[in-house]
Design a binder for this molecule. Structure first.
Ligand code: AMP
Ligand code: GLY
Length: 427
């Protein structure tokens, strides 16, 4: 099979690496790709927002399956246009991608179908939002409704902070994403990223991971796209996985099908594991980044038939297998991230780092300039490792990170701390 993967981050490098290992694969293309993806796929500079150009490329190159990595092309309806053109595509339609594209849409769906989530209100003007706010307890969470690259969420400890967040949204700080605001109850607990494959009717649990959203050690500083992750997530016990499937994922899949907008692709539930059980913080309609980097290292089965089973609607007779091992990834980011990153600095030593036992290095934002490898983005490398325990995977990943010679970058030093504290605790 010829496959076209859409995207350019570490998630796509991990997906490309796994797809490239499939005996079913003939040729893998990636649009636009990056300096690391180029090692396993032919990177092609198609403008992804131009759906006609994507369709032309697919037809000219006899592509059998398109796999969409990031949310923006999904929310823009790439899958709809490809499907109309008769092209097989892994990912949800624009209507189903509303599960990520609009927080209010998902909250309303949860309310209608009794899916556990934080209590909330939706508002299109500041006065109504502030009136609701005045009746709520603190802390309180204020969110821009639309896609804001993880930056549209404020956890306010005071009313003044919450009011400032409401004003920021309505004054255009997040563009169109902030023209509607969701205010919701603060949930206490431990977070987990949970992934399920969905074929429109059936859902199959994949695995769970834990992300580290804050930029600094000890979970300090501003939120990022994710500074590191590990899998499995100990908080997702068998019971929690079963409850998540039964109380959250399956009712969502059934609701979307009933509404005539069935969901196909990966459903990524951002969960809070509270004292009462799992509650949905948000949905994403794609693989997580950097969670996918650890998931792909743990996935024993071939990824390609799993994606095809979701596209073809036959997940009820399909299953995937996982390595028992843990995996952990450390994100190396360019100085300045999550603000404006410094681009163009040279990175050395990744061959030596990648040669360490159990280590796999994924590129998130690099480009090649002749023989040189240059930083080209905020999150630049994902140093990923497998190990029998999270502690072992962590030791390998940090040993590899230490070998990379990149004065223009930085990383967190405590990825995996929650799981490692549990591993060390007496049973
Ligand atoms: P989101 O972009 O919706 O994933 O939110 C970003 C982060 O804000 C999440 O990963 C949580 O850490 C936090 N967060 C969002 N909503 C809530 C909530 N209702 N209660 C507690 N924390 C939240
Ligand atoms: N790591 C969180 C995300 O992919 O949205």
């Amino acid at each position: 099979m010829n496959v076209l993967l859409i995207g350019s981050g570490g998630r796509e490098h991990a997906l490309a690496w796994k797809l490239a290992a499939s005996p079913l694969l003939t040729k893998l293309y990636c649009a636009p790709g990056n300096g690391g993806i180029a090692e396993v796929a032919a990177c092609v500079p198609i403008p992804v927002a131009d759906h006609t150009a994507v369709i032309r490329f697919v037809k000219d190159n006899a592509i059998d399956l398109v796999v969409v990595g990031p949310e923006a092309p999904l929310v823009a309806g790439l899958v709809d246009d490809l499907t109309t053109a008769g092209i097989k595509c892994f990912g949800p339609t624009q209507a189903a991608a509303q599960l990520e594209g609009s927080k209010g849409f998902t909250k309303d769906l949860c309310r209608e179908f009794n899916i556990p989530t934080a209590a909330y209100g939706r508002f299109t003007d500041a006065a109504a939002a502030k009136a609701y706010l005045s009746r709520q307890e603190l802390p309180i969470v204020v969110k821009a409704d639309g896609l804001a690259a993880g930056k549209g969420v404020t956890i306010a400890q005071t009313r003044a902070e919450a009011e400032a967040a409401i004003d920021a949204c309505f004054s255009g700080a997040f563009g169109k994403a902030g023209s509607e605001v969701v205010i919701e109850e603060f949930l206490a607990g431990e977070e987990a990223s949970f992934f399920a494959l969905v074929d429109g009717k059936h859902a199959r649990a994949l695995a769970a991971a834990q992300d580290h959203k804050r930029v600094g050690d000890g979970d300090t500083g501003p939120n990022t796209g994710g500074m590191g992750a590990y899998s499995p997530a100990p908080v997702m016990t068998r019971e929690m996985v079963e409850r998540t499937m039964r109380e959250i994922i399956e009712p969502t899949v059934a609701a979307m099908a009933r509404r005539g907008t069935p969901f196909k692709g990966v459903l990524f539930a951002g969960l809070m594991i509270t004292a009462e059980g799992p509650k949905l913080i948000e949905y994403n309609v794609r693989f997580g980044d950097p969670e996918t980097q650890v998931l792909m290292l743990r996935l024993k089965s071939d990824l390609l038939p799993a994606l095809l089973a979701a596209v073809d609607g036959v997940l009820d007779t399909f299953d995937v297998r996982w390595h028992e091992d843990a995996a952990l990834t450390v994100v190396l980011a360019a100085k300045g991230y999550p603000g404006a990153p410094e681009v163009g600095s040279e990175i050395k030593g990744i061959e030596a780092a990648g040669a360490i036992d159990g280590v796999q290095i994924f590129h998130a934002g690099t480009r090649r300039d002749g023989d040189r490898l240059l930083a080209h983005g905020g999150r630049v490398l994902n140093v990923t490792a497998r190990g029998r325990t999270v502690a072992e995977a962590q030791a390998r990943a940090y040993a590899a990170a230490a070998v990379i010679d990149w004065p223009g970058g930085f990383y967190r030093h405590d990825i995996g701390w929650r799981a490692i504290a549990r591993e060390k605790a007496p049973a």
